[in-house]
Design a protein around this ligand. Sequence first.
Ligand SMILES: Nc1ncnc2c1ncn2[C@@H]1O[C@H](COP(=O)(O)OP(=O)(O)OP(=O)(O)O)[C@@H](O)[C@H]1O
Length: 244
Amino acid sequence: MRDLVPEMVKCLSVHSLQISRKGKTLLQVPELSLMGLGPTLILGPNGAGKSLLLRCLHGLIVPDSGRVQQDGIALNAYHKSRQAMVFQRPVLLRRSVSANLDFVLKRQGMSRAIRKSRIDELLAEGGLEGKARQSARSLSGGEAQRLAILRALALDPETLFLDEPTSSLDPGATQMIERMILRASNRGVRIVMVSHDIGQARRLAADIVMMQAGHVVEHGAAKQVLDAPTSDAARRFVAGGLVT
Ligand SMILES: Nc1ncnc2c1ncn2[C@@H]1O[C@H](COP(=O)(O)OP(=O)(O)OP(=O)(O)O)[C@@H](O)[C@H]1O
């Protein structure tokens, strides 16, 4: 287990980031620094550019211009190897639950005995102890997303990106996943998560990035953004209004 200590805090930042398609600017972020002192939630309406920003931070998309840095160094293969991502729809192998986890652990060169004990730990972490031999494809939506998160955690990531991981789940399933995310955060995993849900932001966020029409319109401590928003978009979001 890693403890969150100040020297481990890594700054993930973007500078002069721009993505355009067919003459339209989809994302334009002059400066954004994420200190990782707890979960960062990226909020905003559909099409605001949340997923594009998340994918840039993970190095999945190379921006047309600008750069992504970790601790002032351009995001490199080592940084990316210490990141993991979970998507809205869980992507799982057509294998059993435990084989999905074993696949990731094996690639890290772990012995069979260590893999087995790590799989047991992970299954307990995700409340999937009784499902080890079940086909991953037969899991419920909430169970499948828990497995996707466990598989990402099996990589022992420094940063875990999550793109609306609970958007199609009911409150019970959402609560289980939020608890997993908070436990990971408390162990020192940096969490950067896209969400539409203001309640989720209240429950999880240490800081909030508010996006609208390809721009970051506000970034600050969650309490500050939720209690005293400065942008119109955040004000309407917090008040439960429709933000377009
Ligand atoms: N490869 C692409 N080519 C053209 N347009 C794209 C591409 N990828 C994203 N876009 C556009 O960029 C905009 C931002 O997309 P993005 O997926 O980041 O939005 P979002 O904030 O995550 O929205 P949602 O909440 O609906 O997932 C959208 O208008 C989308 O259609």
